[in-house]
Design a protein around this ligand. Sequence first.
Ligand SMILES: O=C(O)C(=O)C[C@]1(C(=O)O)C=C[C@@H](O)C=C1
Length: 286
Amino acid sequence: MDRKVAFLGPIGTFSEEAARFFFEDRSASFIPFSSIPNVLESLARGDVEFAVVPIENSIEGTVNLAMDWLVHRIDVPIRGELAYPISQHLMGAQQIELEQIEKVLSHPQAIAQSRLFLQEHLPNVEIEYTKSTAEAVQLVSENPDKRWAAIGNRLSQQIYPVHFLRESIQEQSNNYTRFLLVSSEKLEGKATDREKTTVLVTLPSDFPGALHQVLAAFAWRKINLSRIESRPTKTGLGNYHFIIDIEQKMDDILLPGAFAEMEALGCQVRNLGSYPCYVKQVTVGS
Ligand SMILES: O=C(O)C(=O)C[C@]1(C(=O)O)C=C[C@@H](O)C=C1
């Protein structure tokens, strides 16, 4: 039976492209949802077996909604990571000049990634945020009489009747978004040589050198960390926990030792998943 994979819709989003990458060598059905919470809740309810969500962009940083929902609202492990190259294109229902555009629609991440272009070429245009890039492209295509433009990917231009007005308008050509695959099942058999483990560490209370001691548990074991981020615990102003990406898979000695040391300090340690990491290479004309 086909595995069901939830992604942020409608069809044609970057999230759909990322979801298809994870399953490119096996059959699956891809199901669009209208928000990241709906994607993750459908997984938690068991309506789908897998969910794919964006977690961080190289220009704009963490997708807080996805990170927080994973940590606070559901308890399903991370099973894979994909660094996916992102090219943003400006599209219109008609081939109009930039000066004629009155409004630009897109997802806040896509708008942020295109800020320099917008400031230079469309500094006074109205910006409307949509739930996804493909939703913006769909809305623009459905309103051909309006002087609107959408920012989105090449896939959405193939799905919705729109034209390119400008291509590759993102701030940097080296623009990547990391997506996470979340599931109670493992995704077997997709080869990679890189693995990561992500943990959530909650400090017992604020005391001098607390974070230093947490980091020391990794440092003297020579365990490499690639990211540490503090997020509010949502229990009160000034209360944070730390999301730490560790550059190795869960083992029997080193990581359990580091976790035990942190727990001995009074920290809570939750393993959010140990998983393979993939990178999609940039293809010409993406
Ligand atoms: O709107 C989309 O196409 C998405 O898949 C969401 C999203 C994001 O939230 O970061 C994914 C990748 C891009 O960075 C822009 C938007």
